[in-house]
Design a protein around this ligand. Structure first.
Ligand SMILES: [Zn+2]
Length: 61
């Protein structure tokens, strides 16, 4: 069982969650696509990206 950390929907397969999570996360974080974000936002975006990497790495163990 895999649970989306953004909307907490549940998925039986990792592939389905991965596919859903990417689009789900973009919907919840529209600022990520903005290239004119100030520096403060840039740091925040990088922190979130790192969290996502950690999230996906947790499946591989
Ligand atoms: Zn979701």
């Amino acid at each position: 069982m895999y649970i989306c950390p953004t909307c907490h929907r549940r998925f039986q397969e990792e592939q389905k969650l991965t596919k859903h999570f990417l689009s789900c996360w973009k919907e919840q974080h529209p600022f990520h696509q903005s290239k004119s974000a100030p520096k403060g936002k840039d740091i925040e975006t990088r922190k979130v990206n790192k969290d996502i990497i950690n999230f996906f790495n947790s499946f591989k163990e």
